[in-house]
Write a protein that binds this ligand. Structure first.
Ligand code: FO1
Length: 320
């Protein structure tokens, strides 16, 4: 176990949750704070759904459906089957167990709790000891511009399987959003490192960084900011990152990721298969760590987490 002061990880769903699990195994629970994107959140069938928060929460609780990438393992689908029989919506699937999470979230909201308070309650009930925080308690909603016009994020992502090319992304509600209290406190506590997980830079990480005041505050921290590239060998590990980069006319490579994050990060972790790009990235003033970034097994997640922690230690000492 690496003894270190607090590590602040910024995460989307699947890729972020994998690294978060590796970090959780490499650090004591008190040392790790994870801030998750909430711009994918929406209300479905009357339930408040927080996909990225839940993916990280289920992963840390050991409950996640690893093959599917979202939801709970050993899920049953009786609610969905019954909805289908009644002619209800089934394009976005809420499993029976997952439904309990959304029901509890809705009940807590009805009692007047904020999203960060609800998340803390759910995490406590599921035995998650690390601090998992929503980026904001305010409603922020991603929309993407396609040839069909502006689409709500889940309509594009799940409903249309990320097929329509995207030319623009916007986050409704962002200009008046404020960071959640726990996020503010985590930044004010001067973390030892800030790790941007290998999540989609445009729809998972950007919403966190674009909350007014967040980026300047993160940059004022003494902590190095590193990112793990979600692009490996010109491809996204999962999801639409590569397609989005193409649509936004960016090179689909680790260099494209580096250039996108160039005003933000001190270091980028890239996969061995991209090692020939390291020199180019370093010319952008970004330090590079080359390692294995594709996470299949739990040991892969731990190894990557430890490489990230060592990298941030190096960067921290080099600025001492
Ligand atoms: N993703 C899907 O591809 N299909 C689904 O039916 C689906 C349902 C779902 C229910 C709850 C939840 O928390 C997540 C769910 N996801 C589903 C995943 C999800 O919406 C996306 O992976 C994220 O928003 C992108 O990070």
């Amino acid at each position: 176990m690496i003894e270190q002061a607090n590590i602040l990880a910024l995460s989307g769903g699947v890729g972020g949750a994998k690294l978060a699990l590796g970090l959780a195994r490499s650090l004591s629970a008190k040392q790790l704070t994870i801030v998750a994107n909430t711009a994918d959140d929406f209300c479905h069938l009357g339930f408040p759904v927080s996909p990225d928060l839940d993916t990280v929460m289920y992963t840390l609780a050991g409950l996640s459906n690893v093959e599917q990438g979202w939801g709970v393992a050993n899920e049953t689908w009786q609610f969905m089957d019954a909805m289908s029989a009644l002619g209800g919506e089934t394009w976005f699937r809420l499993g029976d167990r997952d439904l309990a999470t959304h029901t509890r979230r809705r009940q807590y909201f009805e009692q007047g709790l904020s999203l960060e308070q609800v998340t803390a309650k759910l995490c406590q009930a599921l035995g998650v000891e690390q601090q998992l925080i929503p980026m904001t308690n305010d409603a922020v909603a991603t929309q993407v511009l396609t040839e069909q016009g502006w689409l709500d994020f889940q309509d594009y992502f799940v409903g249309q399987q990320c097929q329509p090319p995207i030319s623009e992304i916007r986050f409704n509600g962002m200009s008046s959003a404020t960071p959640s209290d726990a996020f503010e406190m985590a930044i004010a506590a001067e973390p030892k490192a800030i790790i941007i997980c290998p999540s989609n830079p445009f729809v998972s990480v950007d919403p966190i960084l674009k909350i007014p005041s967040v980026l300047p505050k993160l940059k004022r921290c003494r902590a190095p900011i590193i990112a793990v590239s979600p692009i490996v060998n010109g491809m996204a590990i999962k999801g639409p990152t590569a397609n989005m980069m193409q649509g936004l006319e960016m090179p689909v490579s680790v260099s494209g990721v580096a250039s996108y994050y160039s005003d933000i990060i001190d270091g980028l972790v890239i996969d061995r298969s991209d090692s020939d790009r390291a020199a180019e990235i370093e010319t952008m003033g970004i330090k590079v760590k080359i390692t294995d970034t594709v996470m299949h097994s739990e040991q892969d997640k731990i190894n990557l987490a430890e490489q990230c922690l060592q990298f941030t230690e190096q960067l921290y000492s080099s600025t001492a």
